[in-house]
Design a protein around this ligand. Sequence first.
Ligand code: GLA
Ligand code: ZN
Length: 690
Amino acid sequence: MKPAKYPPINPRVPHMLHGADYNPEQWQRYPEILAEDIRLMKLAKCNVMSVGIFSWVSLEPKEGEFTFEWLDHVLDSFAQNGIYALMATPSGARPAWMSAKYPEVLRVNERRVRNLHGFRHNHCYTSPVYREKIRLMNTKLAERYAHHPAVIGWHISNEYGGDCHCDYCQAAFRAWLQQEYETLEELNHAWWTGFWSHTYTDWEQIESPAPHGETQVHGMNLDWRRFVTHQTADFMKHEIAPLKEKKPDLPVTTNFMEFFEGLNYWKFADFLDVVSWDSYPTWHDQGQDDRKQAGKIAMMHDIVRSLKGGQPWMLMESTPSLTNWQPVSKLKRPGMHLLSSLQAVAHGSDTVQYFQWRKSRGSSEKWHGAVVDHTGHEHTRVFADVTEVGESLMKLNEVVGTTVPAEAAIIFDWENRWAVNDSQGPRNMGIKYEETVQSHYFALWQQGVPIDVIDMEQDFAPYKLLIAPMLYMVRPGVGERIQAFVENGGTFVATYWSGLVDEHDLAFLGGFPGPLRRTLGIWAEEIDGLHDHDRNEIRPIEGNVLGLKQSYEAAELCELIHLEGAEALAVYGCDFYKDRPALTVHHLGQGKAYYIASRNSEAFQQDFYQQLVAQTGVRKALAAVLPEGVHAALRTDGTRDYIFVMNFIDKQQQMRLDESRYTELLSGEKVYRELYLKPYEVKVLKLSGK
Ligand code: GLA
Ligand code: ZN
């Protein structure tokens, strides 16, 4: 059983955390700024700052010469003023002296060209020198700060990502492959290298994928991505070791990125005490209707929460106003800052943090939103927005540690994603794995259903409803676990383009959907890739158990399936496969397994999941009808429920609640049956008398 409530991220701080990346090393020639910043931090109700993220050269200006005094001063001043710090390790960017003296620390790109010094997030994660330099630095940081009264956790590096193709990395790749496969014969089979005479006869012949070399061996592409994840996580572990040596209970985190494809974040979670991510939505890019954007961000929040089994997480970065690297830097409309900040809390974050505290004067982020603008004082709209978040979080301290009681889960699996996107299959102009998972997620999220977003390795037993859109790859044991889930009474949903390959991206022989075939009770014979202008439709069969009545548009992908125990609920409306099954259900043991054979319209998704939510009885955040654009999310400690009601459209909304005993925590007011929401307003309801 998962706990319903966790201790705070650092038990010393039983509050919601509110703060920002703080880069005082950029302001060393402005000594008056630290005291002014601290005054402003208190005003904005900020209680935590992430420091040292890119400070390497300020901490080690010459090789072996360390200058921690300025950082001592910052941290001591924080401690005196009740501000906490997340202490970062500086590996995200390195000093020029290091690149000059040890070129091996510079990353080599896929064309085998070594970078010049510059930019950031571009070290070789295998280089013995880089590893030694960061071990030394982290050891010193730990010795000096692990027990500092201001320090409540470690921020490891920054947004790990990318790959390196240097000789060290090639050797490490080969060693990793040897461990995985033991013999070349095994590797050649797994990679299907008999194709185009690609068989390897010596380990030394293996080179990482390259645009001017190998790209067509899908098994290798997949393994390269696995290796990059492995090697990056290994580098992270190497960074963490000296920190844990000094104070094992000081929590460590690293900041993840939105739907970042390059690293399988599930392989990092075990080594972190808490997961965090950096959220930069493009609010207001669809006019004043932010539902799509909100749904996408909600899903990422849910991934991050699910990475550590539902434990509260950290919103490590978000912008207080605009994001200057996006194509258009639109300001958040009034209300949006609080709404988007509390949306993270609603999905399980115990923090709201920003990039960054004070706007840089120069370089590429001088126009990126920050809490303190170049103008320097607190009389700005953004500062007021930030202060409002700070004040709101102070009213939500009782929410700290509470969890999201999800009874539905969606599988979004990184390795599956890599394989699908590389598959050269029925629709190379847009196979759309990510969008497809999101569209299934949206249909539940719109109904206010708490959802975990997991990979296929997780335990399915806690859920009543399990959805696996486009589960192209099925790794060993997964088919059996899904079957057991259904037999034990679960409801499972699969779609077209599922059960096609194993963990090496080798097609299953003997009929698709491979290991899911028995559970789904169908055989998928062929799949039709449709052009953008092509349409089909699916027609519900009269009296179908889902009560579907209208026809729905189908596009892009239509699979031709045969019933093998399943029952058809809808059939195709046109083309040569007219009247063949398009939607099926299979009863197995105590449960049911649905198969959606075509990519259908949003209207289908809505109707289908409305029925499934009703039939499975999965928990909703709120048993009330939500108006268009209003979303509800739930946190609970097992006894007390906190319901976040969020209006994502620029329109006043009104709804009728299921209960008349709610208290709204931000205003402290009682709410009777009617709930009014201003444009972009968020309310937090707690049931009184409970
Ligand atoms: C990323 C980085 C930050 C900063 C922000 C700007 O998330 O981690 O250092 O560059 O982007 O949005
Ligand atoms: Zn390298």
